[in-house]
Design a protein around this ligand. Structure first.
Ligand SMILES: Nc1ncnc2c1ncn2[C@@H]1O[C@H](COP(=O)(O)OP(=O)(O)OP(=O)(O)O)[C@@H](O)[C@H]1O
Ligand SMILES: [Mg+2]
Ligand SMILES: [Zn+2]
Length: 510
């Protein structure tokens, strides 16, 4: 007897349908599994055999062969335990075979027959719906995650026997329900921090606004306690509000990383601040059974690297490629995976190991020590920051001012308008922000009149700028003009953009 169930594998952040065929025949009793299986899937054999027994299914000794196809996709993880058990039970006549074709089934089995949670339910259920499945059976603990997908019924089963009753139509279990639009609309606007809490720091706030408006990476340099971390944490609150599609895209990544829990949907822009001891794999993704790293968890939000020079050099250098491509490719022996990584990079650092350089009343680091400290940031990495600013300590008078600073909502309104201008300008060209402009498109969209040309030329010579710095000034000037709702890039816009480059010269120049 031969039976077929349907399941899914995760490839990158997409689910791919996998069919699980079980054949039972006479002959020497055996249980074989084939179909490009990772080690965890190979171990499914033992888990399934014992889970079947402990769930009360006494199967006659026969020759069982299970095949997972398509054969060219590597199957990893434990999600195939349940569909394998179900296909075998169907082949033995314990599960109504007719119903099998309607369901997509995933879940890890424990030896007792209990179904354990797995990662990646959201993209799996998404794929099932796209392929026309009407129903799916997932672990009970993941059911809310799957129920977010509309147009398909998601059943949560806590044990193998429960899954069997659902398939045979004699279970009381109802499909899981999540009020998706309610969930999305209610939690989207609550934020725990706001820019109105940051007193003073007008120059830093302005630079951050420009950075967010054009999705420019930003580096903040300043002494301890100057508010760098405080400013960075508030950056997601001035990014345009998440759309539902963006929320889904981020949630898929969190689902695969196993970070969704009962939350069902990510409704806020991510802010990730990995500690500087992080490993390269945890930062960019990968590992034995591949998982998205911090750069993908920061997708559509902010990746904040606090104390930038403390990170391991190699770890930081691998960021360069994803920063350009907005995605990361992880090559494995039998497969390669692509995860999205469209984050805004925000970094903070002290100018020296004591933190107070160039304030000589407090910093006693030798010039060589300062150079060595700053030298931990390589030129190519420095080049990835379109904007660098100094965060200066605010004084007592500023701290005690009565005026309430601008709120995040006020700043966000201006940012959103500038983003809209960019979207319209670059429609259909695969460009979304000014930071993505290339030298060729810069020529087209960042045209300067003679006066502004002269200004930039003067700065170019005075500050000994590189060609790269030149292009970055133009991109940032474009964003500043967009915030000003001005088609033309004026001298004022250029001058401000030049200011955001001056630290290269101050700290890293000769
Ligand atoms: N502009 C400000 N308005 C209100 N509070 C501030 C401001 N700047 C600093 N603070 C206060 O000082 C604390 C320290 O700031 P923060 O941790 O952001 O400094 P930092 O620049 O990251 O320092 P470090 O270099 O030591 O990491 C904040 O938690 C906040 O209470
Ligand atoms: Mg800090
Ligand atoms: Zn110092």
């Amino acid at each position: 007897m031969f039976c077929k169930a349907y399941s899914a594998a995760i490839h990158g952040i997409e689910g791919l349908i996998v069919s699980v065929e079980a054949d039972v025949s006479d002959g020497l009793p055996a249980f074989d599994m084939v179909g490009l299986l990772g080690s965890e899937v190979k171990e499914a054999r033992e888990r399934v055999r014992i889970a079947l027994k402990n769930s009360g299914f006494m199967l006659p000794a026969k020759r069982i062969t299970v095949n997972l196809s398509p054969a060219d996709i590597r199957k990893e993880g434990t999600a195939f335990d349940l569909p394998v058990a179900i296909a075998i039970l169907a082949a033995f006549g314990h599960v109504c075979e007719e119903n099998l074709g309607d369901y997509l089934i995933v879940g890890e089995l424990s030896l007792s027959g209990k179904i354990n949670r797995i990662n990646g339910i959201l993209p799996i259920v998404y794929a099932a719906k796209r392929q026309g499945f009407k129903k799916c059976i997932v672990p009970k603990d993941n059911a809310r995650e799957g129920a977010v997908v509309e147009g398909i019924l998601t059943y949560g089963a806590s044990s193998l026997s429960e899954a069997v009753s659902i398939l045979n139509g004699n279970s009381e279990i109802e499909p899981e329900h999540v009020d998706v639009s309610g969930l999305f609309n209610n939690s989207r606007t609550e934020e725990s921090v706001d820019f109105s809490e940051v007193v003073g720091q007008l120059a830093a706030k302005r630079a951050i606004e420009v950075a967010v408006a054009g999705m420019h990476n930003i580096l903040m340099i300043g002494p301890p306690g100057s508010g760098k971390t405080m400013l960075a944490k508030r950056i997601p609150t001035i990014m345009p509000e998440l759309t539902f599609d963006e929320s889904m895209e981020i949630s898929k990544i969190y689902s695969i990383a196993g970070l969704l829990d009962q939350q069902a949907l990510i409704t806020k822009r991510p802010f990730r601040n990995p500690h500087h001891t992080i490993t390269t794999t945890a930062l960019v993704g990968g590992g034995a059974s591949p998982k998205p790293g911090e750069i993908s968890l920061a997708h559509l939000g902010v990746l904040f690297l606090d104390e930038l020079p403390e990170f391991m050099k190699n770890t930081i250098e691998v960021l360069r490629q994803p920063l350009e491509e907005k995605s990361v490719t992880i090559a494995r022996l039998n497969a390669s995976y692509k995860y999205p990584a469209g984050f805004m990079l925000v970094a903070a650092m002290n100018p020296c190991s004591c933190g107070f350089y160039p304030d000589r009343s407090r910093c006693s680091c030798s010039i060589n020590m300062v150079k060595r400290y700053l030298g931990r940031i390589s030129q190519p990495l420095l080049d990835r920051f379109d904007i660098s600013i100094e965060a200066l300590q605010i004084n007592y008078r500023e701290l005690n001012t009565q005026k309430t600073p601008e709120s995040s909502a006020q700043i966000r309104a201006r940012v959103s308008k500038a983003r809209q201008i960019q979207q319209e300008r670059y429609k259909g060209q695969g460009i979304y922000f000014n930071s993505q402009l290339t030298p060729r498109t810069i020529k087209k969209y960042c045209h300067l009149e003679a006066e502004e040309q002269a200004l930039l030329e003067e700065a170019f010579i005075r500050m000994n700028l590189s060609a790269r710095a030149y292009h970055r000034i133009l991109k940032v000037a474009r964003t500043i003009a967009d915030l000003d709702d001005s088609d033309r890039i004026s001298a004022r816009h250029i001058s401000e953009a030049i200011c955001y480059r001056s630290l290269d010269h101050k700290y890293w120049g000769e």
